[in-house]
Design a protein around this ligand. Structure first.
Ligand SMILES: O=C(O)CCC(=O)C(=O)O
Length: 254
């Protein structure tokens, strides 16, 4: 049997959102509550997919932020490389945001650094603050958010979020709009281990130091559904250490 894993920030001891300690009904007002494991850790592998309930106020905040960020997103931005002889571009609209006054450099994925948007709308600022209050980042890191907006033909291929500059054991994806399936597959077998309807599971936490090395996740296209916006919150380093342990790995194909 393998030795118990060492705890890292974001491990089981601290995945419960911080709750106000007073008031009879505090569960009702908690921004994120009632975590349910859609994928459970099995003892040897520290990797869980947890679905959180959103409070009504948080759900409203997410929907407002989805509307407010749309104008700032890069529409199907280039991947800066060619595939099958043609310029490759991302099959969705994207932008990285940080909290106002924050120091996150940006989000490095697909071999490129997405710098933070110069504007963080009020609704998104409130949402980042709610996430930070519920899931306080470890020392030296702060919450940043990659927004992905999908029309019915948009998608994100199966991939892992194991690039440098982020904490590898904590990624929270919060959804607004059209119903999609957030699919998690085991890397070794390609078997699907979870397929979460994002209109029912609006806040999904990929937690655990083995999650990204064990699984891939992705969202397939779905014709006929309304636009969906996702907010992928991560704990970002406030500077990127090129010698750090989280070197770039295989990016999503698009
Ligand atoms: O839209 C989603 O929920 C997935 C986003 C995602 O996989 C990512 O930002 O890496």
């Amino acid at each position: 049997m393998s030795a118990p894993k060492q705890q890292t920030p974001g491990d089981a001891s601290d995945y419960s959102p911080q709750s106000p300690s007073h008031g009879p009904d505090h569960a009702k007002v908690m921004a994120f509550s009632n975590p349910k494991a859609l994928i459970a850790s099995d003892g040897a592998i520290d990797a869980e997919l947890l679905s959180y309930s959103l409070s009504p106020a948080t759900a409203e905040m997410v929907d407002a932020a989805a509307k407010d960020v749309s104008e700032f997103l890069d529409k199907e931005p280039s991947l800066g490389r060619r595939m099958y002889g043609k310029p490759a571009f991302q099959r969705r609209n994207v932008k990285f945001f940080k909290k106002r006054g924050g120091r996150a450099h940006g989000y490095r994925y697909s071999g490129r650094l997405q710098p933070p948007c110069a504007t963080t709308p009020d609704s998104l600022q409130a949402l980042i603050e709610a996430v930070e209050a519920a899931f306080p980042p470890p020392f030296g890191k702060e919450v940043g958010v990659l927004v992905n907006e999908y029309n019915e033909k948009h998608y994100i291929s199966q991939h892992s979020d194991d690039e440098r500059g982020i904490h590898p054991g904590w990624v929270l994806t919060v959804s607004s709009g059209g119903r999609r399936n957030f699919v998690v597959k085991r890397k070794s077998t390609k078997a699907t281990v979870a397929s979460a309807d994002t209109s029912l599971h609006r806040a999904l936490l990929m937690r655990g130091e083995d999650f990204q090395s064990t699984y891939t996740h992705g969202v397939a296209k779905k014709i006929g559904v309304p636009r969906r916006t996702s907010f992928s919150f991560r704990y970002h380093e406030t500077r990127i250490d090129p010698m750090g342990p989280m070197g770039p790995t295989k990016p999503p194909a698009n």
